[in-house]
Design a protein around this ligand. Structure first.
Ligand code: ZN
Length: 309
């Protein structure tokens, strides 16, 4: 070894011995199934160990006085959707003995709307803004944990609609006009690269509309079990009916270019027969867990575990 190199090596070694390591210890891993709360317990994150992340932004009921009512945008809650999200989580636990991630806002939508950008969401109130940040940080954390563990994450943002047609509205960040195109026109448009299934579509190739509304699509799997859904082979296009395309949460966390390995969708649920009673919720959530299991296992290199006997 030349003497200059020897000197450098000695110098490097001596530096290593006197400079303490600057790496911060990683935060302790959260325990699957356990709830972690934000500052005022307005935001709850139930940690998971499955690749699914459920979000419930509009099912909260708390109306704390210090947060003024929001004065513009929608302020009505999606009734029973937080219960619905917990029921879906419970259905997965029953099937697998493992936990989905769940991020829920306990604040009523008149105080915070986590499915909007922060200005409309919190309308300038610092406490609401902090809750908004905690909600989205929890989603990012859950997705990162899932991607690190499984190589992908699937985000399901659960809502309730009051439209006249009793069917699920599956929001892939595509509006009615975009979905009303023919399969050929949709394929030519390249729109699939802007959807919440963009990563999956890029990996699989093939027909984008087959993925969204063909056989074995989520809509088809629901319809085959007696729950109408749009888009699906049975109801491929919303037509002129009101339709929710997918909002801020799925656009930000699944459809954006900086969300690699994350897919998902917004599911808007009708009320009667589905989320109006505990018995109907139990019926729907059992089907939802089965449908999501099939879709994930058929499209990702992942098998859900069976519960330990
Ligand atoms: Zn909603």
């Amino acid at each position: 070894m030349p003497s200059s190199l020897r000197l450098l090596t000695a110098l490097a070694l001596s530096l290593l011995s006197i400079v303490p390591p600057t790496f911060a210890a990683p935060p302790p891993e959260k325990i699957p199934g356990q709830s972690y709360y934000g500052t005022e317990r307005y935001i709850e994150y139930v940690a998971g160990d499955l690749p699914l992340v459920l979000t419930s932004p509009h099912g909260g009921r708390l109306k704390p006085d210090p947060i003024p009512d929001r004065t513009n945008g929608v302020t009505t809650m999606d009734a029973n959707t937080q219960e619905l999200a917990r029921d879906v989580a419970a259905a997965f636990f029953a099937r697998t003995g493992h936990h989905v991630h769940l991020v829920a806002s306990h604040l009523h939508r008149s105080k915070l709307d986590p499915n909007r950008e922060i200005v409309e969401a919190a309308q300038g109130n610092p406490t609401a803004e902090r809750a908004w940040k905690e909600f989205h940080a929890s989603i990012r954390e859950a997705l990162a944990v899932a991607v690190a563990r499984h190589g992908f994450a699937f985000l399901i943002d659960l809502h309730g609609h009051a439209h006249a047609i009793p069917r699920l509205e599956l929001g892939y960040a595509l509006d009615a006009k975009q979905l009303n195109q023919t399969d050929a026109a949709f394929a030519a448009s390249g729109l699939i690269t802007l959807t919440t299934l963009r990563d999956l579509a890029a990996r699989l190739g093939g027909s984008p509309t087959a993925l969204l509304r063909g056989p074995r699509s989520l809509g088809d799997l629901f319809a085959a079990r007696g729950i109408r859904a749009v888009p699906s082979p049975q109801e491929p296009q919303p037509g002129h009916n009101p339709f929710f395309a997918g909002g801020y949460i799925v656009r930000q966390h699944a459809a954006a270019p900086d969300t690699p390995k994350v897919d998902g969708l917004q599911i808007e649920c009708h009320r009667v027969g589905l989320r109006d009673t505990a018995a109907n919720r139990a019926h729907f959530t059992k089907i939802a867990a089965e449908v999501l299991t099939l879709f994930v296992e058929e499209h990702y290199p992942f098998k859900f575990p069976a519960p330990q006997k």
